[in-house]
Design a binder for this molecule. Structure first.
Ligand SMILES: [Zn+2]
Ligand SMILES: [Zn+2]
Length: 264
């Protein structure tokens, strides 16, 4: 089983806890150190429980508190070469650079990174696997490439980016240049793109679909949910929206083979 909880998700800060066996990973740290720690404690985790921090890319909403957190608690930071060199504060306690095409293992969790098309130096996202359960984090990408879709086949749960509603972005406060950046192939996934991705990925063991990285100006929980449900009609109870200003609860991701073994 893998369990995951978001410390928060949205255009002003992203951070996700992934736990399996005796291993705890923090994916991104887009809040101040103080806020990160407070939200972790709310989920029963202390910073010293974290074995490693993985960074998806260097944008502020993913790295804001990572330098101070790493130095204060001696946490190792895992990221690509490009992310490391572009991060504004990269004086980490220790750093492990990985190749975004090569899987690696941290404790009880296998991590399969994959490059993402986004306007960052060397961004990537991750599929996590433990006891056959697979969970993916898929935010900050302008388009779902064939490679991304291949990596996501068969996952049992995921965070998927629902950054904007098309109409709200068009009619909202953003100037045309910023709208174009968001919609570009190196920007963000909108609700419709996320819905069509989910339709392609859906399978009977897909248990938790967490809608993340919603823009506060250009989207709403209700619109994101209803758009996703037009693409994915079955089992709407699987879909949850992650909040920006508070942590989620824990979501348990279990592979069916694991359940079968437990039942024997
Ligand atoms: Zn972001
Ligand atoms: Zn980004």
């Amino acid at each position: 089983m893998i369990r995951v909880a978001a410390l928060g998700s949205g255009s002003s800060g992203n951070s996700l806890l992934v736990q399996a066996g005796s291993t705890t990973l923090l994916v991104d740290c887009g809040f101040t150190m103080k806020e990160t720690i407070a939200r972790m404690y709310g989920l029963g985790i202390s910073p010293s429980d974290v074995d490693a921090v993985l960074l998806s890319h260097e944008h502020g909403d993913h790295v804001k508190g990572v330098g101070p957190l790493s130095r204060k608690f001696g946490l190792p930071i895992w990221c690509t070469h490009g992310t490391y060199h572009k991060a504004r504060d990269n004086r980490f306690s220790s750093v492990r650079l990985f190749n975004a095409h090569e899987p690696f293992i941290i404790g009880d969790i296998s991590v399969d990174p994959f490059p993402t098309p986004h306007d960052a130096a060397e961004s990537c996202q991750f599929v996590f696997e433990a006891s056959n359960a697979r969970f993916a984090n898929v935010t900050d990408l302008g388009v779902c490439t064939t490679h991304v879709k291949e990596k996501l086949q068969g996952v049992h749960g995921l965070v998927v980016e629902c950054n904007y509603d098309n109409e709200m972005l068009t009619n909202g406060p953003y100037p045309p240049s910023l709208q174009a950046r968001i919609r570009s192939n190196y920007g963000h996934l909108g609700n419709d793109q996320a819905g069509s991705l989910l339709k392609q990925l859906d399978h009977p063991e897909l248990q938790h679909i967490l809608l993340g990285h919603l823009s506060e100006q250009n989207n709403s929980d209700a619109i994101a949910l209803s758009t996703i449900q037009t693409h994915l009609e079955e089992r709407p109870e699987r879909v949850s929206v992650l909040a920006q200003h508070c942590a989620s609860g824990w979501f348990d991701i279990v592979a069916e083979t694991e359940t079968a073994i437990a039942a024997v």
